[in-house]
Design a protein around this ligand. Sequence first.
Ligand SMILES: Cc1cc2nc3c(=O)[nH]c(=O)nc-3n(C[C@H](O)[C@H](O)[C@H](O)COP(=O)(O)OP(=O)(O)OC[C@H]3O[C@@H](n4cnc5c(N)ncnc54)[C@H](O)[C@@H]3O)c2cc1C
Length: 487
Amino acid sequence: MMNGEDYLKSIQAMKNVVYVNGERVEEFWAHPLLKPAFNSLRLTYDLESNPDMHPELHSLLRAESELTGGTVSRFLKIVTSTEDLIGRMTMQRVLMRYTGGCFGGRCIAGAVINPLWSVTYEVDDESNGATDYHERFKTYMKRVHEKGLTVMGNITDAKGNRSLPPHKQADPDMFVRVVEKRKDGIVVNGAKLQQSGAPFAHELIAVPTTALGPKDADYAVAFAIPADTEGVIFVNDSACANAKFAAMDPEDIGNAAFGMHQSAHVILDHVFVPNERVFLCGEWEATRHLVHRFSDYQRLSSSSCRCGYIDLCMGAAEAMADYNGVGKVAHIRDKLVDMSIDAETLYGLVAGSAAMPEITRSGVALPNTFFVNAAKLYMNDAVLKAGHRLAEIGGGILVTRPSHYDFEIPKVGELLTKYHKGREGVKVEDRIKMARLAESLSGLACLTPILSVIAAGPPATQRLNFRLLTNFERNRKAAERLAGTSE
Ligand SMILES: Cc1cc2nc3c(=O)[nH]c(=O)nc-3n(C[C@H](O)[C@H](O)[C@H](O)COP(=O)(O)OP(=O)(O)OC[C@H]3O[C@@H](n4cnc5c(N)ncnc54)[C@H](O)[C@@H]3O)c2cc1C
C-alpha cells in the first residue's frame, strides 16, 4: 500500500489547477492554507502502510478488497454488512480522535462509491441489458483499489435559485449537466461547490445533488475524472478560521499540523468524460435512490467522526481543569460526564443504524435511515455543546493567552510565566499548549462566544447566585402545605 511519501509524490506528479486567494498555486499541498488538511490525508496513507505508528488505526484502516483479493483502504471498501458499517464508523471516530482534523477528501469517497455501486447495479438490472454502468464502475473501482487512490465525492451543485429545479434555472449550468454527447464520451459543464479536501484527490466522482424529474434528464449524470483533467479548476475557500494558518506562527496555533477544515469549489468547464468513466447518463429515475443513499452514508461518517471530536474536546477540557486546579470540582465533573453522554448517545445512534441496515440488490449495506438521520440531528447540537462546555471549563486563557514570542522577552517573559501558572506541578508551557488546542477545538475562535461565556464570570458563578438567593425554604413550605404533609 502507498505510504504518505508515495501519496505526496503521486499528488506532486499531477497537474491540478488550484487557486488560493486569487493566485494559481503550483505546490498547493504545501500552501499554509491547505497544508494541515493535506497532512490529514497524507497521514491516513502512513497509518495504512505502517503497523507500528498506531496499531489500532492500522488495522481499522485496512480492509479486504472484494475486487482485487488484496488489502485496500477501508475508505474505498464496498460496504456489504453490519460489520463493514461498524468498521467504518469505528475508523472515523478513532481517526478523528487521533488527528482532530478533517480527512474529508477520503471519507466522502464511501458516500458516493457505495450508493453508485448499488444504483448502477439496479439501473442495469432494470434496463434488460441496454446499459452496462455497473460493469464500467466495477472496472473503474478495481483500478482505484489496485492503486489505492484518493477518490473525492463531488455532490453539491451551485444550485442558483434554490426554489427551482435545474431546467427552470435562468442559467442552465447551476447544476452539472451533459452539454454534448459524442461517440466516445460526453462533455459536462457546471460546478461542484464546497468540496472538502478536493484538490488532494487523484480522482473526482461527480453525482447529482438532488432527485431529478424527467425534464432534468441532462442533469442525471454520474462520472469519474482524474483531478487534473483539462477544464477542472479548484478555487480554495477563504474561511476566516483558516486565515490564522497564513498569519500566525504555528507555535501559537492549536493543532497546527492537522487542525483545519479546508474545502474548494470545483469548476468543471466543459470537461470531456470518456464513456468508460460515465456511470449514469439520463437515468433521472435513479437519482432519488442515489441522493438518499449518499446522504445517509455521509451522515454515518460525519456523525461517527464527531464522536471522536467530542472525545477530544472532553480530553482537552479535563486537562485544562486539572491544570487549573479544579479537576475534581463537582460542576466540572458533571459537564465532562455530559460530554461523554453526548458522545456515546451519538455513537449509539450510529451503531443502531449500522446494526439494522438495508441490504440492496447489489449486496451493498445501507445504514438505517431513521437512526442515521437522528444521529446527524443529535450531532449538530452535541458538537456545539461540546465547544461551549470546553470553553466554559477551560477559561478565558483559551483566547487571551500571550504569544510564544512574548514568553521569550527578557523579564516580561518571566513575569508572564509567573502569572500564567495554574496548579503547582504543571508547566506553564503545557497549560498554554492545551489552551491553544482547546481554543482550536472549541470552534469559538471568533472570540465573542468565549468572551460571552467566560467574561463577567463563568456560568457556574451565575448559578451560584441562584443557589444562594433562591428561597428554597419558602417554596418547599408552599409545596408541603399544599400536599398536607406533617413537617
Ligand atoms: C465546510 C463544508 C464542507 C463541505 N464539504 C462538502 C463535500 O465535500 N462535498 C459536497 O458535495 N458538499 C460539501 N459541502 C456542501 C454541503 O453539503 C452543503 O453546504 C449543504 O448541502 C447545503 O447546501 P448550501 O450550502 O448550498 O446551502 P443552501 O442550499 O443555500 O441552504 C441554505 C438554507 O436554505 C434552505 N433551502 C435550500 N433550498 C431550499 C428549498 N428548495 N426549499 C426550502 N428550503 C431550502 C436550506 O434548508 C438551508 O436552511 C460542504 C459544506 C461545508 C459548509
